[in-house]
Ligand binder design. Sequence first.
Ligand code: NAD
Length: 355
Amino acid sequence: MAPPTTSTFLDAGDMRRLVRHEGLAAFTAAVAARIEREFLRWEDFDKRARTAAYGPEGVIELMPVADRTQFAFKYVNGHPGNTRRGLPTVMAFGVLADMATGTPRLLAELSLLTAIRTAAMSALAARRLARPGSRTMALIGNGAQSEFQALAFRDLVGIRTLRLHDTDPAATDKLVANLRHQGLALHRAATAEAACAGADIVTTATADPRHAAVLRAGMVAPGTHVNAIGGDSPGKTELDPALLADAAVFVEYAPQTRVEGEIQQMPADFPVTEFWRVLAGMHPGRRDAAQVTVFDSVGFALEDLAALAHAAEVAQRLGIGRPIALVASPADPKDLFGLLSVPAQAGVQAATEAA
Ligand code: NAD
């Protein structure tokens, strides 16, 4: 029988196989449903803002969350200059552990899963906050997150037309090629302003380490829902404060978003609503068809717990992943030192050879 401390390891190839086997649409829908379920248990979780190490090139963050039975954490970076070095902007891995014993149960690649859970979360928020019947979305920033956002909004929100803009035309070329046969009408726009024309929803997914103002107040029509995912650390924002001032702003976990999100630009008492309240029926969400709503997304640990828990279930069902001895497991748990002692016979032989 496997020792009780055995963990399951899902590397990047395993995660790719797992998502391909389920199909991206089904996997994203399942993660969205799981996030909704966990957000409806908001009070059950021990929550905190993530810790971050900021360097001149980017940030490395640790994101923990726990309830009475499970603990999860994600390691994730954000380095907007990485793509110039041939590296992704965002890379991640995560752990699921038992609260009862502290045993790590799953160690998994999370870059792919981060894109999926971010898109699932964005779509979940838009489904409640965007005007019903929204069909056209502007997608500004056409990098690694963009296809996942586009497809989640197609499947979970009903978006049929995308208006695309990126300062790097090659990124839009890649996005258009990847979405060619996905049943979406694709229109390229030379500027962010042009992309926003006629859009019911605007998603900003840019990577730029400064207060960038990708969207200004005059660029979005009354009634637009803004899904802002790219502004997610201090000094890195996408929206003009004037746009926020006149909008209804929804966040994941306010203590974290006030430091990292678009609202870092606003006074400390700027009114925001945690999105779980909308899901729980404690807040109506959008007030009327003319209101601009903003989902100021920075990414919250509970979304990763939901994604990891779903991946663990699928992996077990499909037999993907392999057992690893991630932590030492001495036969006598009080004799950790014993793991270092050379078995008696081998010790005698080694001494004989040395002589
Ligand atoms: P990426 O580097 O692959 O793509 C970003 C794209 O934005 C690039 O193609 C770049 O050319 C474009 N861009 C930069 N400035 C622009 C501007 N002013 N106008 C238009 N386009 C511009 O990065 P990614 O992995 O797609 O991530 C995008 C952003 O989303 C990053 O800032 C990342 O930190 C953030 N992110 C947030 C969450 C969340 O949960 N909120 C999760 C994952 C990533």
